[in-house]
Design a protein around this ligand. Sequence first.
Ligand code: FES
Ligand code: FES
Length: 158
Amino acid sequence: MKITITLNGKRIQEEIANDVLLIDFLRAHGCYSVKRGCETSNCGLCTVWMDQKPVLSCSLLCAKCDGHSITTLEGVQKQAEAFAYFMAHEGAEQCGFCSPGLIMNVLAMEQELQAPTMDEIRSYLAGNLCRCTGYMGQMRAIQKYLHRNKEAAHETDQ
Ligand code: FES
Ligand code: FES
């Protein structure tokens, strides 16, 4: 079947097999940030956005993305760098394999939720598993990242 997808702002029209998964389509188009973990919708490593909302690309047929816009980490480099600064500062990364999926969900959460509580953050990110860190550094980085504008304003006031 022929599909049209806007990938990171670029329109792609292509003939694909009916059973191609989105993750394979994305990696075949050079989006190597999209990682393969469980392949059963349980780890969040393969998270990308469809029309700005997070989806699990290991469990989504590419055919279903026809006519939609897909964003991967490669398409949000600037925002990702801002969050990565806080991750590095909090020592929140070890092997880093889970980071692309986590970053895509954190950025989506930032767009979706106004001043989320810790419980809301935990619940939003419940599908992002990490085998290395124990999550504490990640949670500190996320909180500091979400409060960065407030803290910067506070420092300017002083
Ligand atoms: S690889 Fe998609 S959720 Fe784990
Ligand atoms: S840092 Fe290794 S899986 Fe998260």
